[in-house]
Design a protein around this ligand. Structure first.
Ligand code: HEM
Length: 355
């Protein structure tokens, strides 16, 4: 595993290693050094600046796994045809198109989310405990497929299978690359066919894929984490929008937002030089602002990022979280087994089975 990711992982899990008097820490000996930024004001300025662009997550994953460029063409297309790695005018245009579709999906969702949730919890057997991870993944997987089926006006069974965790398994291990490429390729072919039958633009395929791929792992981790806490959201009655936002602030499942400096810039008194790689961890940043006594209302949350790449799935995630915990709280016949689950941060909040 690449040493930068090992260092990042260590810092994410042992925040006492960070000096509270500083605003960032160097995580390698390169010149310029790669930085992990944890000061809120500096991180905000960075993510809003047009002098920094998304770091080439895919390129570095290919390099780490010694995979030649072009070996995973569909995965590469996913990154280049979606806003993730783009910037400037190209990114703005992609975002505009994506946001139109997301708003439509959101509006549709408000009409079916409750009935989907009622049906899901009703379908669970009374009296026998269900594993917490199975409960959450059944709910999230079914929901993302339902979202896509509504948007495409097709049945859930007409949809292809999608690779699990396409984004967050990339770094640093890049496991099962060929399998994921084949799954994504097959999914893209089926979506092209569904779009063609509906006379819809073929480019929509990439926006549709972001719907099922981008939020999958963070939603799974967030809901499961809440479920395994003794003071989880389902124990507090109906979840308001602010409650859900505060919940996400506390969980912050996406651990690393990465950027690369494109042109020299001075932000909050710190000089950054072209090529320099920077990481922001929402989790560490929240802990740091709490330790400084900085205000922590939902709007200070970095869980969904900030600036031009801020998560367009934030509202959808809040709706899903409210529906999941509120319906679970009412499903008194559902017994949940949360034994043996522990948590670690590996660029993403990940659950492990205790052995
Ligand atoms: C708990 C749930 C979620 C969390 C914590 C989360 C977090 C994030 C973060 C931190 C970013 C910014 C990355 C950056 O600045 O480089 C982001 C971007 C993104 N998210 Fe989410 N996300 C979640 C759910 C979702 C969902 C449900 C969707 C889709 C329905 C989604 C779609 C996207 C897309 C397309 C981007 C890229 C935006 C761009 O580059 O312009 N996310 N997300």
């Amino acid at each position: 595993m690449n040493t930068i990711f090992l260092t990042l992982q260590r810092l994410l899990n042992q925040r006492e290693l960070l000096d509270p008097a500083q605003r960032y820490v160097s995580i390698d000996d390169l010149s310029p050094a790669t930085l992990l930024v944890y000061d809120p004001a500096l991180a905000h300025a960075l993510l809003k600046s047009d002098a920094v662009i998304p770091a080439d997550l895919l390129g570095s994953s290919l390099e780490v796994s010694r995979t030649p460029a072009g070996a995973v063409p569909t995965i590469e297309s996913f990154f280049s045809q979606t806003p993730l790695l783009n910037h400037g005018e190209v990114h703005r245009e992609m975002r505009k198109h994506l946001m139109l579709r997301y708003r439509h999906v959101q509006a549709l969702m408000e009409s079916w989310l409750d009935s989907y949730s009622v049906q899901y919890f009703d379908s669970l057997e009374a009296g026998s405990a269900i594993r917490a991870d199975a409960l959450v993944s059944g709910y999230v997987n079914g929901l993302l497929r339902q979202m896509l089926a509504c948007e495409l006006e097709c049945s859930v069974s007409q949809l292809p299978a999608f690779p699990d965790n396409l984004i967050f398994e990339f770094l640093p291990r890049f496991r099962d690359l060929k399998i994921r490429e084949a799954e994504l390729h097959a999914a893209v072919q089926s979506l092209y066919q569904l779009l063609g039958e509906r006379n819809r633009p073929m480019d929509d395929v990439w926006v549709l894929l972001t719907l099922v791929i981008m939020g999958h792992q963070p939603l799974l981790s967030a809901l499961l984490y809440g479920l395994t806490r003794h003071d989880g959201p389902h124990r507090h009655g109906a979840l308001s929008n602010d409650d859900a936002e505060l919940f996400f602030r506390a969980v912050a499942p996406v651990d690393v937002i990465s950027r690369q400096v494109e042109r020299e810039v001075c932000l909050e008194g710190v000089n950054f030089v072209p090529g320099q790689v920077l990481y922001v961890s929402p989790h560490l940043l929240h802990l740091h602002s709490d330790s400084l006594g900085l205000p922590g209302p939902p709007e200070r949350s970095m869980t969904f990022g900030m600036g031009p790449h801020a998560c367009p799935g934030r509202k959808i995630s809040v709706l899903v979280t409210q529906a999941f915990f509120n319906h679970l709280a009412q499903a008194s016949h559902v017994l949940v087994d949360t034994a043996g689950i522990r948590w670690t941060r590996e660029l993403m909040l990940i659950h492990k089975e205790m052995t």
